[in-house]
Write a protein that binds this ligand. Structure first.
Ligand SMILES: Cc1cc2nc3c(=O)[nH]c(=O)nc-3n(C[C@H](O)[C@H](O)[C@H](O)COP(=O)(O)O)c2cc1C
Length: 202
């Protein structure tokens, strides 16, 4: 596991990968599955996620304001689905799923080391939206398995993408947009990245 810049770490969830939200309160770590999460800001690097207030994760987050988003790969599909369909109010999911953990660098929730990447963060705001609470959080630390990530997920990183119910897809191959030029007739004279006044998008 190596540390990478937090901003680069946002790319872990650019593709809508399912994540495991780790929270900790009074020496107890809870883990729940999330798919409604997104990068929000580059400076500071921030993420947002929508969470049901009936969850134990919500209770823990309200107490401590610290979290880790860990990214599972397809080898963890059963555990990922279990953590999204059972509440830590009733079962100790980490023990039951035999998930391996280690201390995070800057927050108290534990990293799920079976996962291939981690974003450690602190809550900056929260707001009810419909039946969820939308949290924003600043990412303090990003850690990845170097075999799986190099400026983005490598093809061998079989991230999970939730379709609904118990259906998931795994990541397909990587495409380089730069290798698929538009026909000249449809190419504008200047692109966003050619204009120094525009910030570059991650
Ligand atoms: C693939 C998957 C994705 C999920 N994504 C979310 C989500 O983004 N937000 C949410 O509130 N619940 C989501 N859930 C449901 C929670 O994981 C579920 O309510 C969980 O039991 C909460 O656990 P806890 O009470 O231990 O915190 C998802 C479930 C699955 C299976």
């Amino acid at each position: 596991m190596i540390e990478i810049p937090a901003l680069m770490g946002l790319r872990m969830i650019n593709d809508g990968s399912v994540s495991l939200l780790s929270t900790r309160f009074e020496e107890k770590t809870n883990v729940c599955t999330l798919s409604w999460q997104t990068p929000l800001s580059q400076d500071p690097p921030m993420v947002g996620f929508s969470l049901t207030p009936s969850s134990r994760s919500h209770d823990f987050l309200r107490q401590t304001g610290e979290f880790v988003l860990s990214i599972p790969d397809a080898s963890l599909i059963a555990e990922t689905h279990f953590c999204g369909t059972h509440t830590g109010k009733i079962v100790d999911k980490i023990r039951l799923m035999e998930l391996r953990t280690m201390r995070a660098r800057r927050v108290s929730p534990l990293l799920i080391t079976n996962c291939i990447g981690h974003l450690e963060g602190v809550v900056r705001s929260w707001q009810p939206i419909g039946d969820r609470v939308f949290y924003t959080g600043e990412v303090l630390t990003a850690l990845v398995e170097p075999d799986c990530f190099d400026a983005g997920w490598k093809d061998q990183a079989q991230t999970l993408h939730h379709l609904g119910g118990d259906l998931y897809r795994t990541a397909g191959g990587t495409l380089h947009a730069g290798k698929f030029p538009l026909p000249m007739s449809r190419t504008p004279q200047a692109g966003l990245f050619d204009n120094p006044r525009e910030e570059r998008f991650l």
